[in-house]
Design a protein. Structure first.
Lengths: 358, 266
């Protein structure tokens, strides 16, 4: 198969003078779990709603197996969707909710009965078949909504922040369920969230949205380890951005001068920089180490505070220019006697540090 | 809160007393009418010298009273059906619609509630006279529907506002056409509002007298009109019996509404 399963082409959506989606192009292979990640107002939900048919795009196209969906009304697109808010039909039981899409498709009673049983088993709510939605917890309601959305075997499942109304513990539990269901059904999932952890945990690929455009598309690892822009670097994971002056770039590695005058070589430039150009060096908090190693570069800091967070320690340090640096060494060797409030050097591998324009 | 009932102390007693006084002032006349309808005095003397059901027997024996009651029921039922149907469509427009003049339309539809009823009665009487609708059942139903519309729109629109449109969208994504989604999902979800609307519009017609007097003809009289007419000719306890039936049905319907609302809420 050469053509993509689902293809979003130059999608644009304007509400009057406000452009919600500028230009989104994306190909999604069958069976992929793709997440639209981004801050609120970045256009991710609007894109999803255009696929669902609730928003008509101003221009561009959405193709499913090379056929445009735009002329097809929502109820004939055969797409599954789970919404942010609880959308179970309040007057119907759990089983009747799951049966609804099959009933409107005029499936036989026997088929409906079997499919409802299968779906409730899939979301592990068999014993709740006769309950009304009002008697269910939020997490259970979203699981029923998932069963309802999958009951008619849609080729695509859209999920619009389905877990945002749930508390953290429940959210993680249902994330596990969603992953399992994706594995078991092989359905193509487009998932919208503003929660980067959720996106990293669930997705095969992530499309990071900013201001109505996709900033970068890739696996969670791509976005974390090889951020295309400083926005990606700032949005995925935690990042320190330190002011630096670009000196030279040779063979794809750059040499820079920090504000305290120290020179660091071997960092990865994101873009091309001129000599003396002001830049920002991005270092992940967990890229720091307290011990020197052969390849490491060093940073002079003053340790301000050390906090214990269970699985790791978090150190707040300050560089000479006064800027605070977030340090979360992974090394188990880091004992509290090793670091106390003092001036010292911390170390990092320059290959994990990226240079962005200031 | 400043006026928290639990923190009022002595004021609470005063408030309770005042409320009881107002309730008594409003309800006592009705209670007396009901008591008098069972009293044996022909002249509505109180306290009654004895108790009897003969006024009710007289009431049911007189075909004119029965006819008036049936006419009332018929017109109120048609009014309720029409008001709910129009109220439903109007509520969708008012709650979901995004069009210029929506607030004006809302105001217009609710006007009958604040317009002096006699003004409306005279206007529609003059209008129907020209159209030849005066004294007809159709004219009666149309006039009462206009009056009942606010009582239909308010509960339906409130229910619709409280209904998350995402639920309807979910039904559409599930494969239901927009019309099917509204019929099978939205309407059942707002059924309390629709039911309340039906009862309120029924009652708005059932106990309406001013417009009814203008709409009535000798052959087409509702119960309130018949009571009003009888009152002017002679003051018989049969009128008290008829009034008690009027109040009784009203109370029963209100009770049913309250019970259903409680049931749906849990």
């Amino acid at each position: 198969m050469t053509h993509p399963f689902l293809s979003i082409r130059n999608l644009r959506k304007a509400f009057g003078a406000i452009v919600a989606v500028h230009d989104v192009t994306l190909d999604i292979p069958r069976g992929e779990f793709l997440t639209f990640l981004g801050p609120s107002g970045s256009g991710k939900s609007t894109t999803l709603y255009a696929i669902a048919g609730f928003q008509d795009p101003s221009s561009g196209d959405v193709l499913l197996e090379e056929k445009s969906l735009l002329a097809v009304p929502s109820h004939k697109r055969n797409i599954g969707m789970v919404f942010q808010r609880y959308t179970l039909f309040p007057h119907l039981t759990v089983a009747e909710n799951v049966a609804f899409p099959l009933r409107v498709r005029r499936r036989s009673d026997a088929e409906v009965k079997k499919k409802v049983a299968d779906m409730l088993a899939l979301v592990r709510l068999e014993s709740f078949a006769g309950r009304l939605p009002g008697a269910l917890s939020g997490g259970q309601q979203q699981r029923v909504a998932l069963a309802r959305a999958l009951a008619y075997d849609p080729p695509i499942l859209l999920m619009d922040e389905p877990l945002s109304a749930l508390d953290k513990k429940l959210r993680e539990e249902i994330q596990g369920e969603i992953r399992r269901i994706h594995r078991e059904t092989g359905v193509t999932i487009l998932y919208v969230t503003h929660d980067q952890e959720e996106a990293l945990h669930l997705s095969d690929r992530i499309a990071l949205f900013k201001d109505g455009r996709i900033e970068q598309t890739g696996t969670g690892e791509d976005l974390y380890l090889r951020p295309a822009t400083d926005f990606v670097a700032g949005f995925i994971g935690n990042s320190n951005f330190l002011a630096a002056e670009h000196l030279d770039t040779i063979n794809g590695t750059a040499t820079i001068r920090m504000t305290d005058g120290s020179v660091i070589s071997g960092v990865r430039p994101n873009g091309t920089f001129g000599k003396g150009q002001k830049t920002r060096l991005m270092i992940r908090p967990e890229a720091f180490s307290m011990e020197r190693s052969p390849a490491s570069a060093e940073l002079n800091v003053e340790i301000v505070d050390i906090a214990f967070y269970g699985e790791r320690r978090r150190i707040v340090a300050r560089i000479a220019a006064g800027q605070e640096v977030d340090i979360r060494p992974t090394s188990a060797a880091m004992q509290s006697q090793g670091v106390s409030p003092c001036s010292r050097q911390v170390f990092f591998d320059p290959a994990t540090a990226f240079l962005f324009p200031a | 809160m400043l006026l928290d009932y639990d923190r009022m102390g002595g004021l609470r007693v005063a408030l309770l007393g005042f409320t009881a006084l107002v309730a008594g002032f409003l309800l006592l006349p009705v209670v007396f009418i009901v008591l008098l309808s069972f009293g044996s005095s022909r002249w509505l003397a109180f306290p009654p010298p004895g108790w009897t059901l003969k006024w009710y027997q007289e009431l049911f024996a007189d075909p004119a009273w029965l006819d008036a009651a049936l006419t009332s029921a018929r017109i109120a039922t048609m009014t309720a059906i029409l008001a709910v149907a129009i109220g439903l469509l109007a509520s969708f427009a008012l709650v979901r619609g995004r069009f210029a003049g929506r607030e004006i339309l809302r105001g217009l539809l609710l006007t009958p509630m604040v317009l002096p009823i006699v003004v409306f009665a005279i206007a529609i009487y003059a209008f129907f006279l020209r159209l030849g609708l005066g004294g007809t059942t159709i004219g009666f139903v149309i006039a009462h529907t206009v009056l009942a519309l606010p009582f239909a729109i308010i509960p339906i629109a409130t229910a619709l506002e409280g209904f998350d449109k995402s639920i309807e969208d979910a039904a559409i994504v599930c494969g239901a056409s927009p019309l099917e989604a509204r019929l099978r999902i939205t309407l059942p979800s707002i059924r309390i509002g629709i039911f309340s609307a039906a009862i309120f519009s029924f009652l708005a017609s059932w106990d309406e007298v001013v417009v009814a007097i203008f709409m009535a003809s000798p052959s087409l009289q509702t119960l309130p009109v018949k009571i009003w007419g009888s009152l002017r000719s002679d003051l018989s306890p049969v009128i008290a019996a008829a009034s008690s039936l009027l109040v009784g049905l009203t109370l029963a319907l209100m009770l049913v509404t309250a019970l259903l609302q409680r049931k749906f809420r849990t």
